[in-house]
Design a protein around this ligand. Structure first.
Ligand code: HXC
Length: 257
């Protein structure tokens, strides 16, 4: 597949997607979102891939949905042409996805980062939901995911004022898992992604599924769900192997089975 707006690479067991519209600070147009999904489809199907990384450039992860593409849309067009379905698919992937964020992650860019499983930010990262400055509101889950990540007060602050927050504030608020110097971003993210890809894939998928469940159900239901999946892993080779390896003081050889 010839991509025009992203770069797609495989590095060992990690699939890397790099947003690549530098002239528009990686503004997310329909083509770019479709290409991300095509790349993710491939990585999801490939049994050799255990983790995916989504990144942008040093200046911008993504400066938002493409404003110039959206500006002339009418209400019926926006409503009927269900573009958000493509965005939603990114958040519904089964394999772990790490967002490596440098520079601007604004509007749809912040929303895209929040669809990933966690964010590692460079020290120059800036997050925000500035849609209110355009006379709209976040439309790809920003009001919901940001509120769950940072709480009501800061989500209201960001969405109502449209201001940006820097990496330190984003980390304090819980939006970002860790901050690293810009020059080390991809090295550190790849270390994390390699570590995840080296685990037993069924365990990694179940971690993702179970943590995400916490946002959908009551505590009792979530714990019940966790327990069912925990028990199910005792039917795998990799549980036997992982625990035997610990007892024998050696590294496990997982088979994803
Ligand atoms: C289209 C964009 C863009 C965007 C930047 N560009 N952001 N084009 N959509 N979201 C383009 C600019 O028009 C410009 O093109 C080039 O990228 C460089 O941008 P500059 O503004 O010249 O760069 P700079 O001065 O460094 O300012 C960076 C910036 C600013 C602060 C990030 O670009 C900015 O405010 N961008 C918009 C941020 C935003 O409002 N995002 C939310 C979008 S709405 P030219 O051709 O002039 O060189 C949204 C809704 C999501 O995301 C809903 C889900 C679908």
């Amino acid at each position: 597949m010839a991509y025009e707006t992203i770069l797609v690479e495989t590095k060992g067991k990690v699939g890397l997607v790099t947003l690549n519209r530098p002239q528009a600070l990686n503004a997310l147009n329909g083509q770019l979102i479709a290409e991300i999904n095509t790349a993710l489809d491939g990585f999801e199907r490939d049994p050799a891939i255990g983790c995916i990384v989504l990144t942008g450039s040093e200046k911008a992860f993504a400066a938002g949905a493409d404003i110039k593409e959206m500006q002339d849309r009418t209400y019926p067009e926006t409503y009927l042409d269900d573009k958000f379905a493509d965005w939603d698919r990114i958040g519904q992937r089964r394999k772990p996805i790490v967002a490596a964020v440098a520079g601007f992650a604004l509007g749809g860019g912040c929303e895209l980062a929040m669809m990933c499983d966690f964010i590692i930010a460079a020290d120059n990262a800036k997050f925000g939901q500035p849609e209110i400055n355009l006379g709209v509101i976040p439309g790809a889950g920003g009001t919901q995911r940001l509120t769950r990540a940072v709480g009501k007060s800061k989500a209201m602050d960001l969405c109502l004022t449209g201001r940006m927050m820097d990496a330190a504030e984003a980390e304090r608020a819980g939006l970002v898992a860790r901050i690293v110097p810009l020059a080390d971003l991809m090295t550190e993210v790849m270390k994390a992604a390699d570590a995840i890809a080296a685990k037993s894939l069924p365990s990694a998928l179940m971690v993702k599924e179970t943590v995400n469940r916490a946002f959908e159900v009551t505590l009792a239901e979530g714990v019940r769900f966790e327990r069912r999946l925990f028990s199910s892993l005792f039917a795998t080779h990799d549980q036997k192997e992982g625990m035997a390896a610990f007892a024998e003081k050696r590294k496990p050889a997982f088979k994803n089975s």
